[in-house]
Design a protein around this ligand. Structure first.
Ligand code: BG6
Length: 492
């Protein structure tokens, strides 16, 4: 059980792409968890839609398998599963033709007064056609809202087209662009940490912070998603959205209130203040890599090309960037960003590295004095650590030691950490857009990313190889060390 549960209003959720990976791995388990926690009212209904010619019974069987695979066995009982499955319906409809839409319209008829959420768990090429039909069949009434998943486009231009197509049907205040990192518990805690404590804000600037590191490292490879991934790469898949959103939350000015537009206005300012990267081919600024065969979790693993089943590909599975924010608060404070597949461990962390003390009163025997750092751990083991220098206990001379003030959320609160989708799906029902990306944010992020992509496309250089199970290409280590800093590899 999570700690406090406030039920939402009755809703109908229409999931396009209802048999796909996202629906099975994330949406159905998330809804199930909210249901067993008592947050979903009895009248709420879910209609799965896909092209496949499933019967309702077959769809419910698929959903049952998905829940059994992706929810801890201890959370499932025959009774709660039956109750949840009883909410599900299925319809076959085409995204880009009219087949099945009359049936969908008829199925929604009884729910006209309810909040209706159209969740597009499909590729972005279908967002426009689906929205067009939502309008054509008169399903875009005031209670309707739409949720779209990343990737929103592949470049600034294509992102604009997707946004135009969705925006032609739904006004911005009814469009919910998901970035699931914003739904992560520890990411929201970053806002609590910054804005509910007086301690940090006076220090949160270039006068006191030396640099920031953001690492989102995965130990898995591309798994069954090589087809999609090869058209995306780490920069589009992780940096354009998740990592830049983390940069925004670290760097933004305090909003006047926790209102969706107040928060998003501040994030937008950060994105617009990012220094354009004009030298993306210089390894002083950007390093891209691709994994070769190696070892992970003790076992041999294939390289990216083997997983892809291709002889060649220039898609990056790793990227490290030295980013800079050109404003008063952050001028001169580098933000080192990195993400990759098949790295040494799965760990996502934000490290705020403070400046060293200006003068030491201790003699050499006290040992080195490390600068303070605040580490926000997003996963696994969500929590916050503040590294401080203390006296090594015991008699004798003054020796100093670095020790963390360590708060693990699991220990502090003893509750299950809900998956990001649990919060985000219900935020859509609540009509709260704070944790969703506004159109101008998405486009500002692409504006920064586009020149890097263009430089790569126009160059013959290939991503630098790295062995699976390591921390990426050595050039990524040089990128930060050249600046006199060091990646804090998971050992923070
Ligand atoms: C997704 C990416 O958005 O985020 C995946 O498409 C990546 O490639 C995933 O694995 C990481 O999410 P999480 O929540 O496991 O950190």
């Amino acid at each position: 059980m999570t700690s406090r549960v406030i039920p939402v209003a009755p809703f109908v959720l229409v999931v396009f792409g209802a048999t796909g990976d996202l629906a099975r791995r994330k949406l159905l388990p998330a809804l199930f968890h909210r249901d067993i926690d008592g947050q979903i009212p009895d009248e709420a209904t879910v209609i799965g839609v896909s092209r496949g010619p499933f019967t309702e019974e077959q769809y419910i069987a698929l959903a049952k398998t998905a829940i059994n695979e992706h929810v801890a066995a201890g959370d499932i009982t025959e009774e709660n599963l039956a109750k949840f499955l009883g909410r599900l319906h299925y319809l076959s409809a085409d995204a880009d033709r009219d087949g099945g839409w009359d049936e969908l319209k008829a199925a929604l008829q009884p729910y006209q007064d309810r909040i209706t959420v159209f969740y597009l768990a499909t590729g972005p090429e279908l967002f426009g056609p689906i929205c067009e039909r939502i309008k054509k069949f008169g399903l875009d009434g005031e209670n309707a809202r739409v949720v779209v998943e990343k990737p929103i486009g592949k470049t600034l231009e294509s992102a604009r087209k997707v946004n135009d197509a969705v925006g032609a049907v739904f006004p911005e205040d009814r469009v919910y662009r998901i970035d699931h990192y914003l739904g992560k518990e520890a990411v929201q805690n970053l806002m609590a940490l910054r804005f509910a404590n007086g301690l940090f804000e006076p220090l949160w600037n270039a006068a006191h912070i030396d640099h920031v590191q953001i690492t989102v490292a995965e130990s898995l490879g591309v798994e069954g998603r090589a087809g999609y991934y090869d058209t995306a790469g780490a920069l589009r898949d992780m940096v354009q959205n998740h990592i830049l959103q983390l940069v925004c939350l670290v760097a933004m000015e305090p909003p006047a209130l926790l209102d969706a537009d107040a928060v998003r206005d501040e994030k937008l300012k950060v994105l617009r203040a990012l220094k354009p990267i004009s030298d993306a081919l210089s390894t002083h600024t950007v390093v891209r890599g691709q994994y070769r065969a190696g070892a992970s979790s003790g076992g041999a693993v294939p390289g990216y090309l083997e997983e892809l089943g291709a002889d060649t590909s220039t898609t990056e599975t790793f990227v490290a960037i030295k980013a800079e924010i050109l404003n008063w608060r952050w001028a001169g404070v580098p933000f080192f960003l990195r993400t990759g597949k098949r790295l040494a461990e799965r760990v996502s962390e934000i490290v705020i590295a403070f400046r060293p003390i200006p003068h030491s009163v201790f003699d050499g025997a006290a040992g080195p004095i490390a600068a303070n750092r605040l580490v926000i751990r997003l996963q696994p083991d969500e929590g916050v650590k503040l590294w401080l220098m203390t006296k090594d206990p015991g008699p004798g001379g003054m020796r100093l030691r670095e020790v963390p003030l360590d708060m693990s959320f699991a220990d502090a609160f003893g509750t299950r950490n809900p998956d990001a989708y649990e919060r985000l799906v219900l935020d859509v029902v609540r009509g709260n857009q704070t944790l969703f990306m506004r159109r101008d944010e998405v486009e500002a992020a692409w504006t920064w990313i586009d020149p890097i992509l263009t430089a790569w496309t126009n160059s013959d250089e290939r991503p630098k190889p790295y062995t699976a199970g390591t921390w990426g290409p050595s050039a990524a280590i040089a990128l930060i060390e050249r600046d006199g800093r060091t990646w804090l590899d998971g050992g923070t």
